[in-house]
Design a protein around this ligand. Structure first.
Ligand code: ATP
Ligand code: AMP
Ligand code: MG
Length: 197
């Protein structure tokens, strides 16, 4: 049933929603895999001794980020292929990354053409709620995304970048609202789209 790429600004709730997707898919008789792009990049970054945690990856020199990005895409492609034709793959990632050197495409042409998703999901929520979620989540360091003006700008850029990536492979772009306390609702929407119901 193909691959879906799930994007959205840091703290909007991608990983949370995908954990609910996991719960829903685990009751179905189909092969599925949820892959966190940041986990694949972190593995490479830790092996190289470049970072101590995942929130440091976006501060690395761009050339290094691009190198880790490409290696991650190749591994995700292999893991997706292992699912076979009827399987569902979901990638937890970003359409754009705000770096000190500017906005880096998360899914530039050479990456999206490796992954070839059917759908690019864009998880959204009101900016004030995203900021509250970031504040509550002490396990992560998202200070570079915590100003309201930054959140709004990144949300705009996330839409532009998602659309431009989608056009390379003919993927649809599906906006999914992650309402407060209702991550399961967003998860159901993703499952509905991926299973074609
Ligand atoms: P990143 O891109 O930085 O990995 P993310 O989009 O994966 O961020 P999460 O880690 O899933 O974001 O969520 C950030 C915080 O928001 C977590 O503390 C999570 O519990 C909370 N959260 C997620 N979805 C909701 C929701 N629907 N209602 C309330 N809180 C939520
Ligand atoms: P996350 O846990 O989703 O925030 O991922 C951790 C970090 O991995 C992000 O902050 C980015 O630096 C990096 N990352 C994730 N997906 C991509 C991508 N598609 N392209 C480049 N970097 C990415
Ligand atoms: Mg996450």
């Amino acid at each position: 049933m193909g691959l879906g790429v799930v994007t959205g600004i840091p703290g909007v709730g991608k990983t949370t929603v995908l954990s609910k997707v996991e719960g829903l898919l685990s009751t179905e008789r189909l092969k599925y895999k949820i892959m966190n792009y940041g986990d694949y990049m972190l593995k490479g970054a830790l092996e190289g001794g470049y970072v101590k945690d995942r929130d440091q990856i976006r501060k690395l020199p761009l050339a290094l980020q691009r190198d880790l990005q490409l290696k991650a895409a190749k591994s995700i492609y292999e893991d997706t292929m292992a699912l076979g034709e009827g399987g569902v793959g979901l990638v937890d990632t970003h359409a754009v990354i705000r770096t000190p050197q500017g906005y880096l495409p998360g899914l530039p042409s050479h990456i999206i053409e490796i992954l070839k998703p059917n759908v690019i999901f864009l998880i959204e929520a009101p900016p004030a709620l995203i900021i509250e979620r970031q504040k509550r989540d002490q396990a992560r360091s998202r200070v570079d995304y915590s100003e309201e003006s930054v959140v709004k700008e990144v949300m705009d850029f996330a839409r532009y970048f998602a659309v431009s990536s989608a056009t390379f492979v003919g993927a649809s772009v599906k906006i999914v609202l992650n309402k407060e306390g209702l991550a399961e609702e967003a998860a159901s929407e993703i499952v509905r789209v991926m299973t074609g119901r």
